[in-house]
Every structure is written in structure tokens, then in C-alpha cells.
Design a protein around this ligand. Sequence first.
Ligand code: BGP
Length: 477
Amino acid sequence: MSKYTFPAGFLWGGAIAANQTEGAYREDGKGLTTVDLIPAGPQRWPVMGGKLDAFEPQLGLMYPSHEAIGFYHRYKEDIALFAEMGFKALRVSVSWTRIFPNGNDTEPNEPGLEFYDHLFDELLKYGIQPVVTIAHFDVPVHLVQTYGSWRSRKLVGLFERYAITLFTRYKDKVKYWMTFNEINMLLHLPFVGAGLVFSEGEDKRQIQYQAAHHQLVASALAVKACHELIPDAQIGCMLAAGSTYPYVCNPEDVWDAMNKDRESFFFIDVQSRGAYPGYAKRFFKDNGITVEMEQGDEELLKHNTVDYIGFSYYASRTASTDPEVLGRMTSGNVFGSVDNPYLQKSAWGWTIDPLGFRITANQLYDRYQKPLFVVENGLGAADEPGPGGEVADDYRIDYLQRHIAAMGEAIEDGVEIIGYTSWGPIDLVSASTGEMKKRYGYIYVDKDNAGNGTLQRSRKKSFHWYKQVIASNGGNL
Ligand code: BGP
């Protein structure tokens, strides 16, 4: 029996994204999107960082996301399983190129709109609230080719039109929205976050911050439109969160850790407080970055701030200014964190830090004083079914149990949290590796890294555990 009390109506559930689950990447008129061009394997990281050779999938490379887990055709079966676990919410994303295959088409693609109509109807049938991310790591490839993606102001209006199309169509079905998934990822994986491709010798930071401004303006326009078109909806931002600790108490490390956090907070400071913070202006000045704004941008940002702070939390980060410590950086983390000797790590080198979750939640609430929504959290592991066919994922239960307890503590600390949608309630394609091997699900999907398997779904041990967590509103961890 846990000692935590979660608010009535707390939104327990899970979170998935179109490109990591749907597959059907060219069906029913869908256009190519940036994520369709990111292969698994050694080319993945260079492409995610903005080195792209061709604007179409390449022969001989693997793109597991093209089929993914076939959610596009199996969503009814999957939603029935989520309903069996008692989900109150499912976070999904809409694939931009199902709606506007080229991003700048004159009319939206009706079959794409219908797919999400059916998806939302199916969720609502079970009383599951759809929580919709408008852009989860995808930009229409046509817009990358034609305008250089978010480096161009042109994307602002096209995104606004896309968002308005969604609000108008789904206003009676969707009451929770989010603009850009992990908006700060634009700085770390620019092709993933903003479809940015760089040529040799370009000033990347200048381009990234200009693109960031365009996304921030686009986000504010979407907030404005959402408030006008669906007055009873809530629309939030989404941050890849995780506090940064100083490696030692040397003030140099403390200052470095603070600035690393500010790199991320910058986006939310604009989206939630409505203005560019002083530290960002100083950073631009010191680094010769000029962010071009149009007249009216500042007013727009000021008056169209988000209703809640959505965030993902997987791990905390650690910063050091000591060259010797920096030499021991952990591999495979996009934030350039150094090893924290107090913490264990997952098989993929992500720190496991439940107290860090409580710290992060407190920090975000102290800073923004707005409701928080935990829209991703979970443990990626290489699950193997046992002899009886069931995955006994006690390690996942342990991770989630400790993190949900930390969230309970944060709520006791006075932090307002409206929901918790753990990442990948059904196994899906990993964003960082592009593979199936790194699994997060309560539901196992029979598909291996080479793409073999029946795609059959089966319940893991954690399925039964999460079901009773939800049934007891977190009382039974
Ligand atoms: C976040 C993304 C998700 C998701 C998750 C887990 O950054 O919003 O799309 O994939 O991380 O990451 P990974 O799949 O690399 O384990």
C-alpha cells in the first residue's frame, strides 16, 4: 500500500508517437516526413545531427519505423489492451504528412484526417482522453527541400494552418494538446527536432536559434488558435526535462550546471512566461547570434502562453568543468552528461534517478507555477519472453514504482501534477536507436531488430502491475 494520494481524475496512461508506432508510412496519401529518412544503424546519429545525403529512403539501409508496430492497422486491438489496463489518457501524435502530405498543399488529405477521427473515437469509446502532440519529431520532407525547414519563417504559417486544421476537425474530441515534442531537442538533434540539415561551414547555432524562434512563434500561434477554437481545451509545451547536477561543489561546476539547465528552460521560459529571458539575450550577444523577429512577435509570445508544462523525465544529468572528468563522459546521451558515481544506469547508459524526478518536478513548478503533466517516463530494456512466453519485467516495475513514488512525493511537496503517461506502453521503435530492441512496453510486440516477427501482442508482467496502480489511483504501487 503506498502512502501517496493522487488527485481525483488524475490522468494515468501511456504515450506513443505516430512515427514510432503507426508504420504505413506511404499509405492513404501520407507524404514523406523527416523521420522516414532516418535509418537505424551507423548513419543514424549523423543524420539526426543534420547530415543528410538524400531526400528519400536509401536502398540497403534499414528503416524499422516504416512498418513500426503496425499501429495504423491494429490500433483497435491496442486500445482495447490500454482500456483493459484502465487508461484514462493516451498521448499520441498526429503525423503532419498524413494531414498535409507536402506541408503546403492547398487542401488537407481526407483519409489522413479520417484515420485520427477513428483513433480518437475508439479512445473515447473507452473513456480514454486523447492527449495530442501536434509535432512529434516530424517535418514534411517537402518543406525541408523547399524552405530549409524551420530555418525559414515560412514554416510558421504552414504549421499554424496545420494546427488550425486539427483544432477545427477534432474540437469535440480532443481537450488536451501539446505543440512541439521535446522542443529543446532542436539544440541536440537538429534534424529530429526541426528538420535542419547543415552545409559545411555553416554557423549551426545561429541557424538553430533562428529556427527555435520560428517554432516558438508557431507554438504561440497554435496556443492562440486553440484557445479561440476550443475554449474548454488545455494546450501545453513539452520539454525533455531532467535536472543537471554539478559534479562537485566548485562554483564553476554549479554555474555550468545552471547554464546547462537554462539551455532547456530557455524554450519554456518563452512558452510559459511569454518573453525571452535576460540570460538568453546575453548568450546571443556573447556568441554573435542574431535572432530576427518580426514586428508583433514579442506581443504574440507575451499573450499566448501555455496552460500546462508537459515534460518527459528519464534521467538526471551531471555537469563538470574538469577536463579529466569530461574525459569520462557517458556515451549515447544527447545532453553530454558526465557519469554520476551515485547512480546506476540502464543498459543504454541512462541514469536511474527517481529522486531526480522529484527534484525536476519541484524545480519546474517553482519556476512556472503552472500544472505539470508528466507525458513520458520509463525504462528501455531488452526484454526477452521467458519459457512460458511472458516477459517477467520486474526491473521495469521497480523503475516505475520508484518513479511514481517520487511523483507522489512531489505532489506532497505541493507540486500540481495533472497526469502521468508513461512512455511506450506498448513496445515501439526507439527514437535514439531506431530499433525494436530497446523496449518500454507493458505489452510485448513480437518483432525483432531485423524486422522479423508476427507483430503479435502479449501482456508482460508489468501490464498486470500497472493495471492495479491505476485501479487504486496510485494507492497500490
Ligand atoms: C523521447 C522521445 C520519444 C521516445 C523517448 C525514449 O526523447 O520524445 O519519442 O522515443 O525519448 O527514447 P528512446 O526511444 O531513444 O529510448
